[in-house]
Design a protein around this ligand. Sequence first.
Ligand code: 4NP
Length: 164
Amino acid sequence: MESAPPIRVCFVCLGNICRSPTAEVVLLAELERRGLRERFGVDSAGTAAYHLGKLADARTRRHAERRGYAITHRARQFGAEDFARFDYVLAMDRENLRNLEALRPSTFSGVLRLFRSYDPTVREDQDMPDPYYGGDEGFERVLDYSERAAAGFLDRLRSEGRIP
Ligand code: 4NP
């Protein structure tokens, strides 16, 4: 039997060095746990170009590492042409979402929405708070929220019959 095409997901924040690379590794780990890794392509990008080509923020990598997530992504900027490459473009906050909506071509037939909207324990319109200018707790919060939203996202796709 032919296998279904992969479901392509891109997480998008502002700098692509804190929130979206975290969400990327958390979803990948959840896919591994569920035996679904080969059904997905997962990436991340930023709406801004401040940190192009850089590894994720050292604090982001350190907090992720402590939970067993290795982040090796290098920052890149999300462009209008990226919409053709993804089925799900998941924004970290409402500002990222507005910027993506302005870039979105009319031909995009995928899903563009806030990542945390898949967390069944929070209201629909919740941001992933930006940890960049804060302390350790902000980076832990991004991990906690990403783990809940990633599980919720896969639960949703399963309930829609897109994945087992
Ligand atoms: P991110 O965090 O959008 O989660 O990667 C930030 C990274 C860098 C900056 C702001 C937020 N910055 O202003 O350089």
